[in-house]
Every structure is written in structure tokens, then in C-alpha cells.
Design a protein around this ligand. Structure first.
Ligand SMILES: Cc1cc2nc3c(=O)[nH]c(=O)nc-3n(C[C@H](O)[C@H](O)[C@H](O)COP(=O)(O)OP(=O)(O)OC[C@H]3O[C@@H](n4cnc5c(N)ncnc54)[C@H](O)[C@@H]3O)c2cc1C
Length: 388
């Protein structure tokens, strides 16, 4: 057995997720991609097997596993040729509810999420005019007669059409009236069936990848007061807490992609004969594959470090950001190497490389762009002046 397939301490989870994924081969994801469809049968199977409720505590019907286990599940989906982007929202959005929601909210939603009756796949933060400068968001929620009335706009909000619940960040106190710009924002649970067409308009955004993502328009959307999560004005902090889990899970997905690219590249380099020899016999072909593999392995160490700290309830912002940066970069390098190794065939849909190539590119931009990770590291780890 090669190092690439050596068993590790998560082998039981890996084997179980791999066997589920084996029922959804390359052709399945290729067809969904061509149709710009949603992998409904795959998501149903994952939910049915309880994989998306891995992090929900047992008292609410989940498995009570940590981020490490959750990240292995996501990694294996991508490593099998699938795309966790269709489902990963459920893992980290559920965490936001679990950590910051009231007892009543948890009792109301978590058992149904664990049972697969409700999906909490969406989180609405990004806005078209403010981008990464989140504290300047313009979507407002104004309290009135036991409800919050929401007006504004969001962009790039994923999986809204395949979710029942959405976490929404909105400003509840105007920026001019708060001491710190990170104050005065709040998060809410939006029950989408009560919202779409009743103050919330959803407009899909066709894009490079088959990723269901949307523009959202809020026009006097009413949200019951009891759907506020945690304390009013503390929403930004709650969102930031959740982002560490999100970044670590995305890092694991990139690691999964990276291994997928390496396996495909190594296999093809062994099989493809040109000039009477396998192309992989040429150092010009095999060294870049080895290089990309080393980068993935190194990124993987940081990913497990971030998971370990998160599961031990230790600060992990630095490791989560660095894991996401390293893994997204390494998977993109592996994608390029895999494409190059396949020559012209890498461009043919039936090899699935161009699809995975597009999918893995996203992670240098979302959920946080590379430059913003650099600025975090420069400012918070190295004590350099804030650059913006
Ligand atoms: C397919 C997809 C799905 C997404 N899903 C969601 C979702 O479900 N929910 C959600 O809320 N958001 C979602 N997003 C949004 C995503 O998080 C943002 O696109 C991302 O954070 C970057 O923000 P922006 O696009 O506004 O870029 P901008 O903030 O406009 O930045 C543009 C570029 O400039 C760089 N830049 C900006 N300011 C600086 C600076 N001061 N110094 C150096 N460089 C800088 C950035 O790094 C970036 O490369 C999604 C995006 C995509 C593409």
C-alpha cells in the first residue's frame, strides 16, 4: 500500500463514508455538474446515514462527534470525487446555533436537524457593496411590535434553495451609534418557508462551479423576536466563532481534493505511454506530482492541529486560518499538476479533472480570500500594523 492510502486513526469513519460515496461514482457528479443540478440523492443518503448530524450532541439526536471527525467526513466526500460544498453549511451553521442559541431554540431545531427533517445549510453575511468589510453591512433589522423587520441585500448566499433554515447577520444598531464597529450586529434564524416570497426574494447567480448561490433581497421581511440568536448586538462575535469551524472544514475539503488530484495524476502518469515509456518515468512529470503531494501532507498537519485545538475548546483562529490558506493553495497546485499530467485529456469532461479543478479554485476566494488571511496573520500573529 502506498503512503497515499495508509490507514489512520479515523479509518472507521473513512471506510464508512467511502463506502457511501462509492454508490455515487464520478458519472453521478459529472451529470449533476452538466445539469447544474443539486446532488439531492447523495445529500439524502448522507443525512440518512447521520453524517451531517455528526456534531450535534447525542441529547439532541446527533452523534456528538468533534470537528476532527466532521472534517474527516468532508475530506472523504471530496476525496471520493464529490463536492462537500453542497452540504458543508449544515456542519458549521448548526455549530452557531448550538453554541449561541437558547435552550428553546436548540430544543426546537436540533432534534429535527439531526433527524434529517430540517436543513440548516445557509448563512447570509456577504453584501454586494461592502464585500469583506463586514462591519459596514447595510442590511438592517429593526425591532417593532415583537418582530424584527429586515431590509437590505445579500450576495453569494449559498444553498438557500436547498435549506429550511438560514442564519442571517444584520445590523440592529446603526454603525454611527456603536463604540466599536464590530458591535451592534445580530444574528437570526430565518425560517425560509415563511420568508421566501413574503419579504425575501431569492435570485440565483450562475457561476463557474455548480454551486447553488444567490442574491437575496429583503423588503420588510418580518422575523419573530424569538428567532434572534444569543444577545442583540453580539452577532459579529458569534459569526466569527463559527468561522473557525468553517475554515477548518474547508481546509479538510481541499485536502480531500488534493489527494484526489494526486491519485489521479499518479495513476495516469503510470498508465500513459508516450515515447515508449510511461510519462511518469520522466522526472519533469513525476517531480511536480511529488511536490504537490508534499504540500498537501504539510497542509494536512495544520488542519489536524486546528481541529485538535477546536475540539479542546482552545483558541484556534490562527491555525484555522493558516490551515485554510495552506490547504487551498496546495489543492490548487495539485489541480494544476493533475491537469498538466493529463495533457489534453485533462480538459475532457469525462475525466472529471476540469470539474474538480473549477471546484477547488473557489477556496482561495471563499469563505475568506487569501489576502485577508495574510492580513490576519500579519496583524494578529506578527504584530504588524493593521493595513486597512
Ligand atoms: C461560490 C461562492 C459561494 C459563497 N457563499 C457564501 C455564503 O454562503 N454566505 C456568505 O455570506 N458569503 C458567501 N460567499 C462570499 C465570499 O465569502 C466572498 O466572496 C469572499 O469573502 C470575498 O469577498 P468579496 O467577494 O466581497 O471580495 P472583496 O471584499 O470585494 O475583495 C475582492 C478582492 O480584493 C481583496 N481585498 C479586499 N480588501 C483588501 C485589503 N484591504 N487588502 C488586500 N486585499 C484586499 C480580496 O482579498 C479579494 O481578493 C460566497 C462566494 C462565492 C464565490
Amino acid at each position: 500500500m502506498s503512503t497515499l492510502n495508509a490507514p489512520d486513526q479515523h479509518q472507521d469513519i473513512r471506510d464508512a463514508v467511502r463506502s457511501l460515496c462509492a454508490e455515487f461514482p464520478d458519472e453521478y457528479f459529472r451529470k449533476i455538474d452538466e445539469q447544474r443540478g443539486y446532488p439531492e440523492a447523495f445529500v439524502d443518503a448522507l443525512i440518512g446515514a447521520g453524517w451531517l448530524s455528526a456534531m450535534i450532541p447525542e441529547e439532541y439526536g446527533g452523534s456528538g462527534l468533534g470537528l476532527t471527525a466532521a472534517s474527516v467526513i468532508m475530506e472523504e466526500i471530496n476525496r471520493s470525487g464529490g463536492n462537500s460544498g453542497a452540504v458543508h453549511g449544515q456542519m458549521y451553521n448548526m455549530g452557531t446555533l448550538l453554541r449561541n442559541g437558547s435552550k428553546a431554540q436548540k430544543e426546537k431545531y436540533l432534534p429535527d436537524i439531526a433527524a434529517g427533517k430540517l436543513r440548516i445549510q445557509s448563512m447570509a453575511v456577504t453584501e454586494p457593496t461592502t464585500g469583506t468589510d463586514t462591519t459596514k453591512i447595510k442590511t438592517v433589522a429593526v425591532k417593532k411590535d415583537g418582530r424584527y423587520v429586515v431590509n437590505g441585500q445579500k450576495v453569494w448566499i449559498s444553498r438557500v434553495q436547498h435549506s429550511d433554515l438560514m442564519i442571517l447577520l444584520a445590523r440592529t444598531t446603526p454603525l454611527a451609534e456603536v463604540k466599536k464597529k464590530s458591535e451592534g450586529m445580530s444574528i437570526f434564524i430565518v425560517e425560509l418557508k415563511d420568508a421566501v416570497g413574503k419579504g425575501l426574494t431569492v435570485r440565483p447567480i450562475p457561476n463557474l462551479v455548480n454551486h447553488e448561490t444567490n442574491e437575496l433581497f429583503f423588503d420588510n421581511l418580518e422575523i419573530p423576536e424569538e428567532n434572534l440568536i444569543g444577545e442583540e448586538g453580539k452577532g459579529f462575535k458569534y459569526i466569527l466563532d463559527g468561522l473557525n469551524a468553517e475554515r477548518t472544514l474547508i481546509a479538510a475539503e481541499c485536502i480531500g481534493d488534493g489527494y484526489w488530484f494526486i491519485e489521479r495524476a499518479a495513476r495516469y502518469a503510470n498508465e500513459r505511454i508516450v515515447f515508449d515509456r510511461p510519462i511518469g518515468k520522466n522526472q519533469g512529470v513525476q517531480f511536480p506530482i511529488a511536490d504537490a503531494f508534499i504540500e498537501i501532507e504539510a497542509a494536512n498537519l495544520m488542519r489536524f492541529k486546528a481541529c485538535e485545538l477546536f475540539d479542546a475548546h482552545q483558541p484556534c483562529g490562527a491555525q484555522a486560518n493558516m490551515a485554510k490558506y495552506l490547504a487551498a493553495k496546495a489543492s490548487w497546485e495539485a489541480a494544476n499538476v493533475c491537469m498538466q499530467t493529463h495533457g489534453g485529456f485533462g480538459f475532457a469532461n469525462e475525466y472529471d479533472i476540469e470539474r474538480k479543478f473549477r471546484e477547488t479554485r473557489l477556496y482561495q476566494v471563499a469563505p475568506i480570500s487569501t489576502n485577508l488571511i495574510f492580513s490576519y496573520v500579519a496583524e494578529h500573529l506578527l504584530g504588524l500594523p493593521r493595513s486597512f
